[in-house]
Every structure is written in C-alpha cells, then in structure tokens.
Design a protein around this ligand. Structure first.
Ligand code: F6P
Length: 482
C-alpha cells in the first residue's frame, strides 16, 4: 500500500513492442517526474493508463516498473475518453478553441463518449482506492481525470485528495455551452478533492466563477469563504453527500535551473548547436518550440514573422526563425490538419522571401529535445504567443538557457505571463501586426537591456522548481483542515 499516489493519463514510462516481440521501455521527463522524485519511492505509486500496444503488452506480461501501475483500459473506451472527450471536448473548452458555428455538438454520440470518459475515470478511482494506504495523499492530474476526486471520495473517504489542473480553466460564460448535467458532473467530480491546484489565480478564479454560476442555478452549493492568502475555500453542500469544503490554491510551476542548464550543456547539445549555427550563418534568431497544439498559435506567429519581413525589409537575410513544432495527438484530424498548415505556411514564407543563401524559416516537426535545447541556447528572441495556455514552460526555459540572453515576446494568453510579463514584450495573441512590431523591438533591443531582462526572467522562471511545486502541494494536502 502506498502513502503518496499520483494519477495521470500519461505515466513516467512507455513501452514499445519490437517486431521480434521484445519490449523496450523509455522513461519520460517533465515536472511531475522530477516532482515525485522528491518523495521516498518505497512509499509512492504512480497510476497511469496504458497508452498503446506496447504498454498494454507490458501490462499483460506483468512487466512493471517499480512504483508504477499501468491500467489496461479497454482500447475503445480509452480512445473515446482520451481522444473523444479529454482532447476534443475538455481541451477545447478550457482553451476556448471551439469554432462555434460548427462545434460543440452534444448529441447521442457525445453521450456515449462521455460514458467512456466516466468509465475511464472510474478505473483510475478504483485502482487508487485499492492501492492507497489508510489516510494516504493522492495527487490527481489534469482534465483527463476530472471525475476521479469525486469517485474516489465515495470509495475512500479517509484519503486526502488533491487535483491539479495543468491547463487553463474555462470561463463561466464559455461553460454555458455545455449541458447542465455534464457541467454538474464535472464540477462535483472536481469538488471531491480536498485541494484543487491551478497554475494562476486567473484560472483558479474561473473555476470558482463556474462554481458560483452553478450555485445560482441549482442551489446545491453554499458559497465561498474567501480567506487570506494563499488560498480560497469553496464550501459546498450536496444533498447526497452532505457538506464539505474544498480549498483552491495556486502553484505556479517553474523550472529547475541547474538541471536544465546541465541538460543544455551535454556534448550532444553542443554538437547540435554547432550544426544549427552553421545553418543560421551568424544571423539573428527568433526561436519557438511547441507541441503542435491548436492553442499554441503557431500560425499567427508565422504570419507575424511574414509581416516583420514585409514591414521591416531590413531584416531580410538578417534573421532566421527556428520553429520546432513537434507532433501531438496525431490521432485527431484537426491536429493533423493544423500541423500540415504550419508546414505549408513556413514553406510559403520561404518561397516568398528565401534566397540562394538564406532560408527565412527552419521548421522542424520532429520531437527532438536536443535540437530544442540547442535552439534555446542560440535564441536572440523567444516567441511564445499561445492563445491560451495553463502555464507554458518554454517561456520559462529559454531565458534560463539562452547563451547570450534573449528578448521574450510573450502573449497575455500564457499563464507564465503573470510572472514574466514585466520583463517580456507583451502581445495580444490575436494581434499579428503588434506581434510583428514586438519581434522588431525584440531584435533591436540593446544588449545590456536584454541581459538584464533575461536575468530577471530566469530568476522568476526558477522560483518554484518541480520538486518544490510537488512538495508544497503534498504539505498542503497533509496539513490538518480547519
Ligand atoms: O500541457 C498541458 C498538459 O495537460 C500536460 O499537463 C499534459 O502532460 C499534456 O497536456 C497532455 O498531453 P498528451 O495528450 O500528449 O499526453
């Protein structure tokens, strides 16, 4: 039995099945992996889903990494829950991405997918209930598992349950599109937690606003008890489960500066950097690195770069845009189409402005962390312009790693803007012309100012490294409630 449990859709390890039937494993990185490493591994368990055939085979063969339990959920149920609800509904909702004349559609097919989402959440709740020691702390992650806290609370009232949302939270107004019973299920699912965590107060207050909106219409909830920093309480009363309290807190995840700098100075990154330098040929660089998600606003970023080359022709031949847009969620047609549009627009810009010895955009659609780190080091300008983003760690990573300091062009849509805004060049993510101007300002920023801003950005970016972020949540969860 474990006394600290983490639950997330994607786990810390994945398996690939070779043609000869052998299984190979690969450990992932990320904030949660380094966060959990702060607690005693004898005592902790990570519950995650088997994502593909390799993972499923590993579960069947009983090949388990210590401290990890993978759930082999029926592939159709998993597909409908992950692609059909988490990525196609909840992601679009929290990022305000719907093309409203066409979407969302809440029909019988949606209801079937929602039933799968419920079953997938239940599988997690049951596994956690079976593995948790008396009074254990359970930290549930993200929109995939929004119903788990409520389900788990019913199964194991003794547990301390936390939930952290890594994305933004939908605004109360936007949530009105969703049928009442689904909203109710979603919010009550979350309110099963003792503690709810968000990256910023903006997202946290949207959650509270959604709750208040329900309170008005259903009379089920009892209101808020705003208290002093650093948390807000939501007090609720539900006819079937009685009265309870959920605290809402903010933990602005940052990066581990020492670890990141060490990663960025490994020999393979040095070697990649040397090759990139050759490709760039001594020109200035504008760097962006994203998973190709619709919320990242890569297309408007490229449009802004095109406008920069049009409005400020002095930059032609003098700057290169290094854009890493690595694939994400390619099972979804909208993601495949978006990736294709990014590549097509980059090619258009290259065709329009490129010369024999200058390629304006170097786009990479490979998931190549070594190249990304090399690009970070080379960055004169970092472009981070999401329409809406829970935090955006790239905005925090580039200033920490860039060799000569970089000017950060950052949109108000990124959660990171709350901490980094004063030393960044702020842009409205929809304003392409203003973004083009900000790129020009960034490229011409005097070296001294750039270095000073970068130092302050790096300090803010490393204020809450992943281990501290994780331990702070654990401490809050274990603290006696009043
Ligand atoms: O970036 C936000 C986020 O919710 C992360 O917390 C999470 O790891 C990721 O998105 C999920 O992405 P994927 O669908 O590739 O697992």
């Amino acid at each position: 039995m474990a006394s600290v449990l983490v639950a997330s859709n994607r786990g810390p390890v994945s398996y690939t099945l070779g043609d000869d039937g052998t299984l190979s494993s690969r450990r992932g990185g990320g904030g949660l992996v380094s966060g959990l490493s702060a607690v005693d591994s004898q005592d902790s368990l990570w519950v995650c889903a088997a994502l593909g055939d390799g993972d499923r085979e590993a579960v069947r063969r009983g090949v388990a990494e210590p401290g990890v339990r993978m759930l082999d959920i029926d592939p159709e149920v998993y597909h409908d829950a992950y692609n059909g609800i988490a990525n196609s509904m909840l992601w679009f909702l929290h990022h305000h991405l719907y093309d409203v004349p066409r979407e969302p559609v809440f029909d019988a097919a949606f209801r079937r997918r929602w039933a799968s989402y419920r079953a997938y959440n239940r599988a997690f709740a049951e596994a956690l209930a079976a593995e948790a020691a008396e009074g254990a702390a359970v930290l549930v992650q993200d929109y995939h598992l929004a119903l788990v806290p409520g389900m788990l609370r019913e199964l194991r009232p003794d547990l301390r349950i936390g939930h952290f949302t890594h994305t933004p939270w939908v605004s109360p107004e936007y949530l009105r599109m969703v049928p009442d019973d689904i909203v109710e299920e979603l919010l009550w699912g979350m309110l099963g937690a003792d503690e709810l965590g968000f990256h910023t107060w903006g997202w946290a207050s949207f959650f509270i606003g959604c709750f208040q909106q329900r309170e008005d219409s259903t009379g089920h909830a009892q209101g808020l008890w705003p208290s002093g920093d650093p948390w807000y309480g939501v007090e609720w009363r539900r006819h079937d489960t009685g009265k309870g309290r959920t605290r809402v807190r903010v933990y602005a995840l940052g990066v581990d500066g020492d670890e990141l700098r060490a990663l960025a100075h490994r020999p393979q990154v040095d070697e990649r950097l040397a090759r990139l330098r050759e490709e760039v040929g001594g020109r200035k660089t504008i760097v962006r690195v994203d998973r190709t998600e619709l919320s990242k606003n890569i297309l408007r970023g490229l449009m802004a770069y095109r406008e920069l080359l049009t409005e400020h022709p002095e930059w032609r031949g003098e700057v290169v845009h290094l854009a890493s847009a690595y694939p994400s969620r390619q099972d979804l047609e909208s993601y495949r189409a978006y990736t294709a549009s990014v590549v097509a627009l980059a090619e258009e810009i290259n065709a329009e402005f490129g010369t024999d010895d200058w390629q304006p955009v170097l786009v990479s659609v490979e998931d190549d962390f070594t190249r990304s780190l090399a690009a970070y080091r080379l960055a004169d300008v970092a472009l981070v312009n999401p329409v809406r983003d829970g935090m955006n760690l790239v905005a925090k990573e580039i200033p920490v790693v860039s060799d000569a300091g970089c000017a950060l062009v950052l949109s108000t849509g990124a959660g990171a803007h709350r901490e980094l805004g004063k030393d960044a060049l702020t842009v409205d993510p929809f304003d392409v012309s203003a973004t083009a101007e900000a790129l020009h300002t960034a490229l011409t920023m005097p070296a001294g100012e750039r270095a000073e801003r970068t130092a302050r950005l790096a300090e803010a970016a490393t204020a809450l490294p992943p281990q501290r972020w994780f331990l702070d949540q654990l401490d809050a969860l274990r603290a006696p409630s009043d």
